[in-house]
Design a protein around this ligand. Structure first.
Ligand SMILES: [Zn+2]
Ligand SMILES: [Zn+2]
Length: 275
């Protein structure tokens, strides 16, 4: 079994990804429990790990520019963890629902690596990031409408001074908006399940880096093209700017981007300025 999982053929079978029948109630509950446990372990390992490395253990800290002082009210962290746990249930449901759609034959998942050519594996990843950027930007702007903001998005913005604990701290309705993206995408844009796994990992890493409260991208050209800690930290503090997820281009086209030139200057001393 373990040896088999090391072969490429193993990843070209749907049963390798979903070993239970999700159309049965028991199968669905088992899968939900497994996916939820995985999401919770991932949350505490990755978010807790990032917090520990960047906020707690200064001797082990990596180079980066701190975007605000490092004191966080305990109450804020408790609230962020509480909302993140609620989000985890919604993300777990979305993950199992994704599998259910696949088993029921509604998705464009494919399992043969070369079905669309090997080049399509990275291309599909890139296309998903691009569509996700549009989806995230416009749903995010919508969530800043005063009536929606006060009921829903204010939960995420309660974290003005951000740390990794804010990465998944959403009102359940906002978590549903985020969790709906992949189940809708797989209905029409072909993707290999291993690429989806890579994409979910990428989503987690970028969510944490955007909420790190520390700028870790050392290159100014990269910070101009991609969303980073500084870009998103500014959104949490000033609200009606910097709505993007991965790329800055929609913010630039829509006239909602604001960069901090001071930060750019200070970041040129990256490594020396970690204090
Ligand atoms: Zn945020
Ligand atoms: Zn916002």
């Amino acid at each position: 079994m373990i040896l088999e999982s090391l072969t490429l053929e193993h990843y070209e079978k749907i049963d390798s990804y979903i070993p239970v029948n999700l159309l049965s109630f028991t199968g669905f509950i088992i899968a939900f429990a497994v996916v939820l446990s995985f999401i919770l372990v991932r949350y505490f390992l990755m978010v807790g790990g990032a917090y520990s490395v960047y906020w707690k253990n200064k001797p082990f800290s990596l180079p980066g520019f701190i975007l605000h002082d490092k004191s966080l009210p305990t109450e804020q962290i408790k609230n962020e963890i509480k909302w993140s746990l609620v989000s985890s249930f919604i993300f777990a449901f979305s993950g199992v629902f994704l599998g259910l759609l696949w088993q029921a034959g509604f998705t464009q998942f494919y399992v043969k690596f070369d079905q669309y050519g090997l080049w399509y594996l990275p291309l599909s990843f890139f296309l998903y990031t691009l569509v996700h950027e549009f989806y995230f930007y416009f749903t995010h702007v919508w969530m800043h409408k005063p009536s929606i903001y006060s009921k829903v998005h204010a939960v995420h913005h309660a974290s003005v001074k951000i740390s990794p604990w804010a990465s998944f701290s959403f009102h359940p309705l906002e978590a549903i908006v985020h969790a709906a993206f992949l189940p809708v995408m797989v209905l029409w844009l072909p993707i290999h399940p291993l690429v989806v796994i890579c994409y979910l990992t990428f989503m987690t890493i970028t969510a944490i880096s955007n909420h790190l409260g520390v700028e870790v991208i050392p290159f100014e050209w990269a910070r101009k093209l991609f969303i980073s800690g500084e870009h998103h930290s500014k959104h949490h503090r000033k609200m009606k700017i910097n709505y993007g997820l991965y790329y800055t281009f929609i913010d630039r086209i829509m006239g909602t981007e604001a960069h901090n030139n001071n930060t750019n200057n200070q970041l040129s001393n990256m490594g020396k300025s970690y204090e």
